[in-house]
Ligand binder design. Structure first.
Ligand code: NAD
Length: 244
């Protein structure tokens, strides 16, 4: 068991990557707070798993960090791992991009990561192996039509994480970010169309789409003792998508 009795918070945990990570962390012995917008959806996603406590909470709400930390402490009394994963991808050409899209993208994808990390720090300091894992995207380094805000937010996650690593290393806390490629989740419903799925699969040297478990396994490495000397790192889990 790589995470025996560690306390973990995973946001965006009712679907896709967050759901897979919450399940994998729990299967490795962690107690997990699974945070998502909708309490029922979070509860249903993890029904019957005694190691997972669901919480309905918008990570971008003003008091979200306080509520999430409070719920984790109430559920298992310690916080060793924070996985900031909740994200939105709102797309439109820059010239037509609504300001509300920009504000929401930055609020959910990067500001919420900062606020929750900040609130978790006192508890991560008390852990023998504090870990922050932020989910960025290959779009942190890339471009695509309509994704200016998304790309900016993910580049923000990368910069935030490297600075967390720099400041928190002295407390034995690591901070890393993952750059997923094209992953088949609720965010990428267009991959349900076999033709679109095939186009994206072919872009990767491994010739397949990623699955949520691929990213969860990368997160487990960073959360576990095996990843204990890795910090400030951006882990591409993209099947080689960004090689060309
Ligand atoms: P998903 O839609 O399957 O899951 C995201 C979850 O986050 C959903 O359950 C959603 O309800 C939740 N969420 C959204 N806004 C929230 C909020 N304000 N508060 C709480 N929860 C909220 O998508 P996914 O692909 O699993 O996305 C997870 C992360 O991976 C995101 O940060 C996304 O940007 C990133 N990512 C995904 C891909 C991909 O191809 N799917 C690629 C790169 C990066």
């Amino acid at each position: 068991m790589r995470l025996q009795d560690r306390g973990a918070i995973v946001t965006g945990a009712a679907s896709g990557i967050g759901k897979a990570a919450a399940e994998l962390f729990a299967s490795e012995g962690a107690k997990v707070l699974a945070v998502d917008l909708d309490a029922d959806k979070a509860a249903k996603a993890h029904e019957g798993n005694e190691r997972i406590t669901p919480l309905g909470q918008d990570v971008a709400a003003p008091d979200a960090a306080e509520k999430i930390i409070g719920a984790a402490l109430k559920a298992f009394g310690r916080i060793d791992i924070l996985m900031n994963n909740a994200g939105v991808a709102l797309g439109a050409p820059v010239e037509e991009f609504p300001d509300e899209y920009w504000d929401k993208t930055l609020a959910v994808n990067v500001t919420a990561h900062f606020k929750l990390a900040k609130a978790a720090i006192p508890h991560l300091k008390a852990s023998p192996a504090g870990r922050i894992i932020n989910v960025a995207s290959v779009m942190a380094d890339g471009t695509d039509y309509g994704l200016a805000a998304y790309s900016a937010s993910k580049a923000g996650v990368a910069g935030l994480t490297r600075n967390l690593a720099l400041e928190l290393g002295r407390y034995g806390i690591t901070a890393n970010y993952i750059l997923p490629g094209a992953i088949q989740t609720g965010m990428t419903v267009n991959f349900d169309d076999p033709k679109i799925a095939e186009i994206w699969a072919k872009k990767s040297p491994l010739k397949r789409l990623g699955q949520p478990i691929d990213i969860a396994r990368g997160a487990l490495f960073l959360a576990s003792d095996e990843g204990g000397f890795v910090t400030g790192h951006g882990l591409n889990v993209d099947g080689g998508l960004m090689l060309r």
